[in-house]
Design a binder for this molecule. Structure first.
Ligand code: DAK
Length: 266
């Protein structure tokens, strides 16, 4: 059963008629504040993502906002009166950390503002499709703080030290084309198409072996964690593991028999 939420929308879409295979779509929905990420929205978002992660019929997830804004950051109103002690004790990052544990691929469909926490949330996704109007930035410096939900780390890993330093110290956003050239987004498409493009990518991935997709995502993310050799060993272990799946047998057999594979996720 799909739950109803106050600050987000959550829906499933079938990959093809009667396939029984779905993609999940989560839409941030606080339009009056440009989808500012308050705690209630983040709790709902994580609940919806975890629900899709548990649902065997869902093979990939699209995360999106509105045409005007994916999210203009964490909710500044909610944060403004916090003190060091109060913000530490609330431990709101625990909610954000749960997104790291989502095993299915998350494709971000971004239009308009993806700023501050909105940019950090985008960078927690696995693939990023942007509309021509998208802009990505970490403007926290303008309100006297720094990125807190991973921006200094994830942006630096993608853009390198100098570009990340410039963006984080000036607060200036990157426009979609520039973000594409620098490798922060996978694809830039006209505004009318960004959501469709992200759904198409999700549906393409949904046709693959879910067990191989899961282990591939895990292995790619592992490359951010530590030394190359450790990552290579981790990748190899996942590769070996797939040879005990039925999907590996079916995938290779189908190739040799020149037919399309039918994956069951076993
Ligand atoms: N928070 C709260 N309200 C926001 C908001 C935000 N981040 N961004 C926009 N709004 C509200 C505006 O106040 C306005 O509300 P009303 O005045 O109509 O009541 C409404 O959305 C429309 O915004 P504007 O009138 O400003 O619209 P414009 O088109 O003129 O400007 C803008 C759009 C995106 C350039 C501007 O709104 C803007 O600069 N927004 C703030 C961007 C920003 O500084 N973002 C970074 C926030 S700091 C954490 C996790 C994450 C974070 C921190 C902690 N924990 C788990 C503890 C992350 C921190 C951040 O993201």
């Amino acid at each position: 059963m799909t739950m109803t939420y106050k600050n987000i929308l959550s829906a499933k879409e079938e990959v093809s008629a009667k396939s029984g295979i779905n993609i999940g779509i989560v839409t941030l929905n606080r339009p009056t504040v440009l989808n500012a990420l308050n705690h209630e929205l983040m709790e709902e978002l994580v609940t919806a993502l975890e629900e899709f992660d548990r649902d065997d019929s869902v093979r990939a997830i699209v995360l999106t906002g509105s045409e005007r804004a994916f999210a203009a950051g964490a909710d500044i109103k909610e944060m403004s009166d916090e003190t060091t002690v109060s913000i530490m004790l609330k431990d709101r990052f625990a909610t954000w950390d749960r997104i790291k544990n989502i095993k299915k691929p998350i494709i971000a469909a971004i239009s308009g503002y993806a700023l501050g926490g909105g940019c950090e949330l985008t960078m927690m996704c696995d693939i990023i499709i942007a509309s021509e109007s998208a802009q990505f930035g970490q403007p926290e410096i303008n309100i006297g703080v720094i990125p807190g939900a991973g921006g200094t780390q994830r942006m630096t890993r993608v853009l390198g030290k100098y570009k990340a330093m410039e963006l984080i110290l000036t607060g200036r956003p990157l426009l979609a084309r520039e973000a594409y050239e620098l490798g922060l987004v996978n694809k830039v498409v006209p505004v009318e198409l960004y959501l469709e493009e992200a759904k198409a990518m999700a549906k393409e991935i949904a046709g693959k072996s879910p067990i191989a997709v899961r282990l591939a995502k895990e292995a790619v993310l592992k490359s951010f964690d530590g030394p190359l050799n450790e990552g290579l060993q981790f990748e190899r272990k996942n590769f070996y593991m797939l040879f005990s799946s039925e999907d590996q047998k079916e995938g290779m057999k189908a190739f040799l028999e020149k037919r399309k594979a039918t994956f069951t996720g076993k």
